[in-house]
Design a protein around this ligand. Structure first.
Ligand code: CTP
Length: 413
């Protein structure tokens, strides 16, 4: 397998131009961080603010953060044609309004255009410049039938609503209506631009190592960071799938949209996976499951006795989670993808595992060349072909793998 220098990782929004609209609300303070976050991922950001937004954060702050003159009025005559509402969206890949207040949503739902931000939302070319809103308001305002009616109307008109989340609110109340955090909104936007290869489908992923206890303070494990499995869960969620991620002990953030179940040992992982498997159409086993576990787990910490004698540890084999799922009756069995982490001869070993585990696809990779790193190179091994995915960052590879799975996946049963 070739290992070439990694191409520079482009930001996840590289080449995208985003109009970031701010309407009035305390959550305007998060828009500053959001502008930074979008640019960190490579986007260019043009800020447009309503008068109410200017009461919460100044255009000077947003302009300094984005390096572009903020537009606050439809009478802004800086452009030669004096039509900021047309110009701004003709060059944008999306309009993201964050925060979107209850009043702003009401204006949009009615097609009103009384100030620059609602005006440009109405005037944007809908086919190529989507509109995304991040609602932010008090929970009573959000749950009010008028707001819910407006939200439903906006969705029906093709607007994408991101959140709101539940939690503490600036007013001191607790409930639905809090704006998503800047990093969450950025992830949502990244996902929005991904092709929906797996819309309506479901994917179960195992990731990370397992931990097999020797006594209450020790155990054996292996060198898996979980990054590849988490990237696959993220890519599957971005592609529109319902995703469940069964994770061994790793310190990674849960990908947005995935339901995460944390486990410790191989047997716990099997217990979590078995009832879930029939509820999913795809099973991707990336976990580096410990092949063996200590036969006995000591109830208390094993002590040195001073003689230099070492404890005699006996091992037993762990259940093979992937092979167990692959043997489920056809009606309950998801389409299974195995991973093979090898130290040499990747294709030969991966092909052997294809047979041994009875799965349609095994993804081979060189263990020592990927453990803990952000990049990898993969070999997709199937009965009739081998496909190479050259070295790239793990999210790029995960997206390619998800596209390959989507191509091969049988129609829904
Ligand atoms: N796997 C599993 N349960 C196990 C061992 C492995 O589900 N107890 C899965 C892994 O998640 C991976 C695939 O099986 O998808 C291959 O695992 P690997 O350990 O590389 O293969 P083994 O069959 O254990 O063979 P060997 O250790 O001899 O290479």
């Amino acid at each position: 397998m070739r290992t070439e220098p990694l191409p520079p990782v482009a930001g996840l929004l590289a080449g995208r131009h985003i109009v970031l609209g701010l309407s009035g609300g305390v959550a305007c303070y998060k828009a500053a961080e959001l502008a930074r976050e979008l640019q960190r991922e490579g986007a260019t950001v043009q800020v447009v603010m309503t008068d109410a937004a200017c009461q919460f954060i100044t255009p000077a702050t947003m302009q300094a953060l984005t390096g572009r003159a903020v537009v606050t009025s439809q009478w802004d005559l800086r452009a030669p044609n004096a039509m900021p509402h047309i110009n701004l969206t003709r060059e944008a890949d999306a309009v993201l309004v964050a925060p979107a207040s209850a009043d702003f949503m009401a204006q949009l739902a009615q097609g009103r255009a009384g100030e620059i931000l609602s005006l440009l939302c109405l005037a944007r070319p809908r086919e190529r410049c989507p509109l995304l809103l991040a609602p932010a308001m008090n929970r009573e305002m959000w749950s009010h039938p008028a707001t819910q009616r407006n939200a439903a109307q906006l969705r029906a008109d093709g607007t994408v609503l991101l959140g709101p989340a539940a939690g503490d609110q600036a007013c001191g109340e607790v409930g639905d209506g809090r704006m998503l955090e800047a990093t969450e909104l950025c992830d949502e936007l990244v996902a929005f631009f991904q092709p929906k290869h797996l819309a309506g489908r479901s994917v179960l992923v195992t990731a990370g190592p397992t931990f097999e206890p020797i006594d209450p303070v020790r155990g054996i494990t292996n060198r898996s960071s979980g990054k590849m499995g988490f990237a696959i869960a993220r890519a599957a969620a971005e592609a529109g799938a319902r995703v469940t991620l069964v994770a061994g002990p790793v310190a990674l953030a849960t990908p947005r949209g995935a339901l995460r179940i944390d486990v410790g040992s191989a047997r716990e992982m099997l217990d979590a996976v078995l009832p879930l498997a029939p509820q999913h159409e795809v099973f991707v086993a990336t976990a580096a499951v410990a092949d063996w576990r200590p036969a006995e787990e000591a109830a208390h910490k094993i002590k040195k006795d001073g003689s230099g004698a070492v404890p005699a540890l006996a091992f037993v084999e762990n259940p093979d989670i992937l092979a167990t799922v692959a043997r489920l009756p056809a009606a309950q069995r998801p389409w299974c993808v195995g991973f093979a982490a090898e130290s040499q001869d990747v294709e030969r070993h991966a092909r052997a595992k294809l047979q041994k585990k009875g799965v349609p696809l095994v993804v081979g990779n060189l263990g020592p060349a990927t453990f803990g790193r952000n990049d990898n190179a993969l070999l997709l091994v199937e009965a009739d072909r081998t496909t190479e995915l050259p070295r790239a960052d793990k999210l790029t590879l995960a997206r390619q793998l998800v596209a390959a799975i989507a191509e091969r996946l049988p129609r829904p049963r």
